[in-house]
Design a protein around this ligand. Sequence first.
Ligand code: FA5
Length: 349
Amino acid sequence: MATERTDHERRLAALRERASAELATSATTEALEEWRARYLGRERGELTAILKDLGKLPGDQRKQVGQTANRLKADLEQALEARRAALLTRERAEALERERLDITLPGRAWPRGHIHPLSRTVRDIVRVMRPMGFQLYDGPEVETDYYNFQALNIPADHPARDMQDTFWIAPGQILLRTQTSPMQIHVMERMRPPVRAVVLGKVYRNEALDASHEAIFHQMEGLLIDEHCTMSDLRGVVERFAREMFGEDRKVRFRPSYFPFTEPSAEFDIDCLICKGAGCRVCKYSGWLEMGGSGMVDPRVLRGVGYDPTIYRGFAFGLGIERIAMLRYGGDDIRLFASNDLRFLRQLG
Ligand code: FA5
């Protein structure tokens, strides 16, 4: 009897020792679960099996061994929980260590961007033209021969076609617009007078490229049609525009010129911003900077869109936006605007 009891006790003591030793070396939550199943698991736990077999023991042993086994069970469960808590604490500490942040390090500085000088110029132009009553219009860059040339009084055999080298999509029919002037026709076709329109957009010319000539560039077009409109209105608007853009003390000069869709026509210049008219490299020692073309809308153009030229008159003017941006922000090569060269763009920040 005594030997039997001792056997059971010994078995339980050995189990306690083995289980405790294994628990001490179980270093992951998976290993702990494995350990729990091995000793305390409902299905295959060693201790569970012993507890299940208690019933087979004679009464007095059952009580004694039962008490020892239950104590062992409670001890193992407690040891498991303690081990689990210790592991968790260690894992958390390790995770914290892994993800350690030095909050005293200086932050990463993101460079601040700014609006492209061309976009800025476009915004400023709109800001100047809007208060004078000009409404902003947008239109197609792919045009027909009719809008880019014919409706602007430039028939197929007209020598003025040579003034603008054209990128043709379907030769003689569809092209990339060479100027924003075709928008004059679109706007007038859509509206009855009075008209005050401003157009800003890309134009394309098959040109030899140099520091002041691009093949893709931007133009601005202004158009005003009303019953009483004279060249001095044109002059007034262009002068206001030039002074708002380049300073109140700017002088504006008109020179007779020729455009097929305006009559009379004039090109206009401003006095050089750099030398104030004295003559320098930028103005090629003329004292003047070329700005754009203008004139009174030709009666044939008005008739073409169904306006009666005996009642309505108007003026139009157009200029290159890159050239304006170059004057405002500096830069001596027009090609830099589309080069995406950050060194150039940063300089203009
Ligand atoms: C015209 O394109 C006319 N449509 C302007 C006009 C409008 C006249 C309304 C009358 C009434 P011109 O070809 O001169 O005109 O071009 C106008 C402006 O575009 C020039 O003054 C210049 O500033 C700019 N420009 C012309 N060609 C280039 C180019 N290759 N690269 C950059 N800017 C250019």
